[in-house]
Write a protein that binds this ligand. Structure first.
Ligand SMILES: Nc1ncnc2c1ncn2[C@@H]1O[C@H](COP(=O)(O)OP(=O)(O)O)[C@@H](O)[C@H]1O
Ligand SMILES: [Mg+2]
Length: 408
């Protein structure tokens, strides 16, 4: 192949290819004589190249998808998912400016896109593992959710346009992963691939896999996830998909996005804060530091629910266009179903991150097995309550009350 058309046909790029690609395809760097590239991806699925001009320090990120998952699970995925992800980031940037990385370009042949380098921020999961407190988080994440979610529902958007978008963003393969890993497998361990530490084995059998009432409710939540095309949701809004600093957040990685229940995003955020709570509870030795960190997380969960409701109701009044959705009482009915999905999803996400195959560092990095089991039991009990009584959770405080109920 001649150099000229090296990037005319897709191939899986390595670091050297990414440098050459940037030189040929982007006008981002004024001087390309001293570019350095490092692959910094830590996820299972994609390649993330950081390219820096060593002369000036100017940098960008090139995210690129391959067919095979990096985890070598044998799963094949469509490489064009990268472009959907990029288009969603652009759309979210329009709806909520400054809350996602700036996109410089995308390439539908090479299945890559170039974006703002956010290396000055921290991935929130890592920051929470260091017990950092972010008082602005509840305000920022609720702004992001309300501003990106409500406008993509068909109570706001033109019904026909929304249906076109549902088609465009139907995400068969990545939804299949969520259906399996968030719903089916955590409920029943049907493939036998779930794992838990020995001290948790019987507890998980008795309290999850043998609990048919729980399985029934997870089943209902699964089919709501699959059939409720409410809004264009992020689909994987956990603390590893959020960059944070002292003032702001940047949401990344909407690869799992599709038209699904709004509460799926809200519940994911809540769950991941509670998983961080579990880490803090089990590992922080200094009692003041522990109190400060855990009480901030509890307040943050409370605020997220309450501020989400407040901002949602405010935006509802000004943006809803559907004539029937403007009827008195419809807003309450609509928000009620979102809150129920929020509690249900929060419960599912907590449980699947403890028993399922995609665990989180918040839990796996707890060295003391006794403490880890203690925390896992608390969180599983909390998660079950959220799922089984999801219709009851209407205020933020109730989430914390449930947590407190299971802490000795
Ligand atoms: N815009 C960015 N700026 C700096 N680092 C980034 C950026 N996007 C991704 N990364 C790094 O790459 C990692 C994986 O990116 P992510 O988009 O989550 O990929 P995946 O789809 O594989 O999960 C992130 O955790 C982060 O460390
Ligand atoms: Mg990721």
């Amino acid at each position: 192949m001649t150099d000229k058309n090296r990037f005319d046909e897709y191939f899986l790029m390595q670091e050297e290819d990414a440098v050459e690609y940037v030189k040929k395809k982007l006008n981002f760097f004024e001087d390309t004589s001293n570019l350095q590239c490092k692959e910094i991806g830590d996820g299972n699925l994609n390649y993330v190249f950081k390219i820096v001009d060593k002369n000036t320090g100017k940098s960008l990120i090139l995210k690129h998808s391959g067919e095979d998952t990096r985890a070598k699970s044998g799963r094949k995925l469509n490489i064009d998912r990268n472009i959907s992800e990029c288009k969603i980031l652009q759309m979210q940037g329009e709806l909520c400016s400054g809350y996602v990385p700036v996109i410089y370009m995308y390439d539908e042949i090479m299945n890559c896109y170039a974006m703002e380098d956010l290396s000055d921020y921290k991935i929130m999961r890592k920051a929470l593992l260091e017990n950092n407190i972010y008082k602005h988080f509840a305000q920022n994440i609720t702004t992001f959710m309300v501003n990106t979610l409500l406008p993509t529902t068909d109570i706001v958007m033109d019904h026909k346009k929304k249906k076109e978008m549902v088609k465009q963003f139907t995400n068969i393969e990545l939804c299949d992963i969520s259906e399996q890993l968030v719903f089916t497998e955590p409920a029943g361990n049907f493939l036998g691939e779930n794992t838990v530490i020995p001290a948790m084995s019987k507890f998980v059998q008795d309290n999850i896999y043998k609990d048919k009432k729980l399985r029934l409710e997870i089943g209902k939540l699964k089919f709501n996830f699959m059939n409720n095309t409410q809004a264009l949701i992020h689909g994987d809004l956990h603390s590893g998909s959020i960059f944070i600093d002292e003032k702001e957040i940047k949401v990344i990685d909407p690869e799992f996005a599709f038209f699904g229940p709004i509460g799926y995003d809200v519940g994911n955020i809540v769950a991941n804060l509670l998983l961080a709570w579990g880490h803090g509870y089990a590992t922080i030795e200094d009692s003041k530091e522990k109190y400060d960190f855990l009480s901030w997380l509890e307040q943050c969960v409370t605020d997220i629910i309450d501020i989400f409701k407040e901002k949602f109701n405010k935006k509802y009044k000004t943006e809803v266009t559907d004539l029937l959705a403007k009827t008195d009482g419809f807003d309450e009915y609509y928000l009620d179903s979102i809150l129920s999905d929020t509690a249900g999803t929060a419960g599912l996400e907590i449980i699947r991150r403890i028993v399922g195959i995609a665990k989180v560092e918040d839990i796996t990095s707890i060295q003391d097995e006794h403490k880890r089991a203690e925390v896992e039991k608390i969180l599983i009990r909390v998660g079950k309550e959220f799922i089984l009584n999801r219709d009851q959770y209407k205020t933020g405080m109730q989430y914390v009350q449930t947590l407190k109920k299971f802490v000795n």
